[in-house]
Design a protein around this ligand. Structure first.
Ligand SMILES: C[S@@+](CC[C@H](N)C(=O)[O-])C[C@H]1O[C@@H](n2cnc3c(N)ncnc32)[C@H](O)[C@@H]1O
Length: 252
């Protein structure tokens, strides 16, 4: 299995430049956020139901890794903070500690700007500038960890190890991962995206098949329940759902 050692985070400066213009997020296909937001809403509902059954006596703990310009979170609020979902959505987010992190410092600057503009998502989410491979959260902390086309920028042994560490046993993860074919549409992309995708290609860190994902995640204690191949035109990505195992062979 490929486990290439990489220079830890060489794209930090490039991403800071890329996001210098607010609302730049064309490095991730728009459609990649549609299924993800649906899936996340359904996991949040499940977690909240557990909480209502008194299985969880504290707020839900949710984190979005490598959030970029918060395109996903903004869309979630736009979609669910209105009828027919509003009541349920409000109940859930009032009972959730929701964090996002990204290594690019400029994301925090934009977040603060959105906060001043009173954008709804900034009332319920806290954003931190941090390296997703080396966070300061305690072990087994989060109920749900998600990332849209972000976690696979990290070397697997760093990204997956940290995901496993911060997720509680039985906790959910939902990730979109770049598919190697995504890079075939690179010619139509802006210069920034070309740079990021070339990095993924040149460092050969992309998963090649569902089995590759299943095996690799399994080695880090992460049980993959479902892998969907998603497409928008020529662009493809894997949508990976699963949970952290309780122990070697336990069910959730
Ligand atoms: C393709 S963008 C995805 C952004 C966002 N999730 C979206 O859907 O638009 C990848 C993001 O990963 C972030 N990133 C890369 N390495 C990181 C690391 N080690 N820790 C935290 N963020 C990282 C980059 O700054 C960038 O914002």
């Amino acid at each position: 299995m490929r486990e290439k050692k990489l220079e830890p985070y060489p794209l930090q400066e490039e991403y800071e430049e890329y996001y210098a213009i607010p609302n730049t997020y064309s490095d991730s296909p728009e459609k990649s956020r549609i299924e993800l937001r649906r899936g996340l809403f359904s996991i949040l509902k499940e977690l909240y139901n557990e909480k209502k059954r008194e299985k969880l006596k504290r707020p839900l703990r949710v984190i979005g890794l490598c959030s970029g310009a918060h395109a996903l979170e903004k869309e979630m609020f736009r979609t669910y903070n209105k009828e027919p979902h509003k009541k349920q959505w409000q109940e859930i987010i009032e009972n959730t500690n929701w964090l996002t992190i990204d290594i690019a410092r400029i994301v925090k600057k934009h977040f603060e700007l959105f906060k001043k503009q009173n954008k709804p998502f900034t009332r319920y989410i806290r954003h931190i500038t941090a390296d997703a491979g080396k966070t300061l959260f305690s072990d087994n902390y989060f109920d749900l960890v998600y990332s849209n086309l972000g976690l696979d920028f990290l070397p697997r042994e760093i990204g997956l190890k940290e995901l496993n560490r911060i997720l509680k046993p039985g906790g959910y993860f939902m990730l979109n991962l770049h598919h190697p074919d995504l890079l075939q549409s690179i010619d139509n992309k802006d210069e920034g995206t070309k740079k990021f995708w070339s990095y993924l290609q040149e460092n050969n860190i992309l998963y090649t098949s569902p089995e590759d994902i299943q095996d690799t995640f399994g080695r880090y204690g992460l049980k993959v329940d479902k892998i969907e191949l998603r497409k928008a035109g020529f662009e493809k990505w894997w949508e990976v759902n699963g949970r952290k195992g309780l122990a070697a062979d336990d069910n959730y």
